[in-house]
Design a protein around this ligand. Structure first.
Ligand code: ADP
Length: 489
């Protein structure tokens, strides 16, 4: 098969919808189709639907690639990671175009924020390994050192929301630690992973250090995580899939991290900047609510409910739905008709159960994938829309009268990925920040990320932490080397 047959042209950009194994494009026998949420009649590509044999080949490539990549000196590794970051920066426009067509996130935010974060992820981890000093100390007549050994091939499984950024967030520490990687992107938004492979190829990684396997999660994803040669698994997706992966990881005694979504509270105290809080609450509708960190449960102190609602409704009315490529658009469509039907199912069941739909609750056009910003006042805290992750532009509104009640409501779901608190009191910020059980709590802000901070969830929001040294430790086998001091010279 020649190179041209292995790539497809999308709006003038050449993209491979196939696997990338051992530094080469490999097409699978079967394919699946990807369409654009911006226009569901538009087919973007026929993507490789890989099987167990391809998974096996990819892991074999990663086993060999690991030998070469892990033997690179730290400074050489850092150089290659930096070159990759530069290539991402140079191609932000192309990646943003493909990502926007593939999964419909707003083009402006992709171009200005989300895709450049991909480059930052590689730089941040390059810097961390460059700056790393081994811990060393003397005790009981011995000299001790803690050594990070690269662990081996790592499987990285990513979801369809912000796929490029999330892939780089997970691939960067794995590569920086010296592991080889097999990336399995989500079948609903697989194209930007293939672009990452192109840049990795160009940056000078050895063959097999980075591989992409395209296909369905239940097929090739399951084969990858079951392979005993894989030594780390880093996953972002649903709790149900994490249970399958956890079983496979347990069989092979392989550490895995899982980031599994959330049901974040956005708590507004009466002493807060109500306008700022209302504006941020209305911003939760962006990206069609397909954001795991979103504050989807609005918890508002009763005394300011009316003021909050007036401002929140007015900011929500300012949203513009439309083509995600247009700069004026603020509301993008759902990723896929099946996903939108799930979102509609939640709202329909809420309606039938007696929850109050305050606004929204319908598509803009029954033939298309844009869903109106929706606010629901639940009948009780046990309502399904309060307890389950919807992953759509659907928020719930509840009120509280005291800090204790706010915390109780905030901590009343099985999730615990994130929380947002609005207050002007620093004592309260600290009290509530500590009391909310979630991996990240923002006070008077949202989505400001420090890449060295730990990231992950409490409860069913996940297992393990990624970010900074937490990721590098995860991707390493830590060794204590102890030498009896007077025994060597
Ligand atoms: P979502 O509900 O957000 O689509 P999933 O957990 O279904 O989340 O998918 C997240 C990622 O997990 C995707 O890349 C998908 O292909 C993959 N996946 C799904 N099922 C499995 C499985 N059994 N084993 C490994 N990966 C899987």
């Amino acid at each position: 098969m020649n190179k041209a047959e292995l790539t497809t042209n999308i709006d003038g950009i050449s993209v491979s919808p196939h696997n990338f194994i051992n530094g080469r494009r490999v097409a699978s026998k079967d394919c699946f189709e990807v369409r654009s949420p911006l226009d569901w009649t538009r087919k973007l590509a026929e993507v490789s639907r890989s099987d167990e044999a391809i998974a096996h080949d990819a892991v074999s490539a990663a086993v060999e690639g690991f030998k070469h990549w892990s033997s690179f000196s730290t400074s050489r590794r850092v150089e290659v990671l930096y070159r990759l970051a530069d290539l991402i920066d140079a191609n932000v426009a192309k990646i943003s175009t493909i990502e926007c067509l593939d999964m419909a996130m707003l083009h402006e935010s992709l171009r200005l924020r989300v895709i450049p974060r991909g480059a930052l992820n590689f730089r941040a981890y390059a810097d961390l390994v460059a700056e790393h000093t081994e811990r060393s100390w003397h005790s009981k007549g011995t000299a001790n050192r803690v050594i990070r050994d690269a662990a081996g091939p790592a499987v990285v499984i990513t979801p369809w929301n912000a796929p490029f950024m999330l892939a780089t967030w997970k691939v960067a520490p794995a590569l920086a630690a010296g592991n080889s990687v097999i990336l399995k992107p989500a079948e609903w938004a697989p194209l930007s992973a293939s672009m990452l492979a192109d840049f990795i190829n160009e940056a000078g990684f050895p063959e097999g250090a980075f591989n992409v396997v395209q296909g369905l999660g239940s097929e090739v994803g399951a084969s990858l995580v079951a392979d005993p040669r894989v030594r780390r698994i880093s996953f972002t997706g649903s709790p149900a899939t994490a249970q399958h992966i956890g079983v496979a990881a347990a069989r092979n005694i392989v550490p895995f991290t899982a980031e599994l979504g959330g049901k974040g509270p956005l708590i507004v105290f009466a002493d807060a900047d109500i306008d700022g809080a209302a504006k941020k609450a209305a911003a939760q509708f962006e990206d069609s609510g397909q954001v795991c960190l979103a504050g989807t449960r609005l918890l508002v102190e009763r005394a300011v409910k009316q003021e909050f609602m007036d401002r929140f409704s007015s900011y929500t009315d300012q949203h513009v739905f439309g083509d995600s490529r247009e700069p004026a658009t603020t509301l993008s469509p759902a990723i896929h008709p099946i996903h939108l039907e799930r979102v509609e199912g939640f709202v329909e069941r809420a309606r039938q159960a007696g929850d109050k739909i305050i606004f929204g609750g319908a598509r803009y056009d029954p033939e298309k994938l844009w869903y109106k910003p929706t606010l629901i006042e639940p009948k009780s805290n046990q309502s399904e829309v309060v307890q389950k992750e919807i992953f759509g532009p659907v928020l719930t509104l509840q009120t509280f009268d005291s800090e204790e009640q706010a915390v109780e409501l905030a901590n009343s779901t099985a999730y615990g990925l994130s929380g947002i608190v609005y207050t002007s009191s620093s004592a309260r910020a600290s009290r509530i920040g500590r009391a909310v059980r979630a991996g990240t709590v923002w006070v008077n802000s949202f989505l400001i990320r420090d890449l060295s901070a730990p990231f992950g969830g409490y409860g069913i929001s996940g297992i393990g932490r990624e970010g900074g040294d937490y990721s590098l430790d995860f991707h390493s086998d830590l060794k204590t080397l102890q030498i009896l001091e007077d025994s060597v010279s």
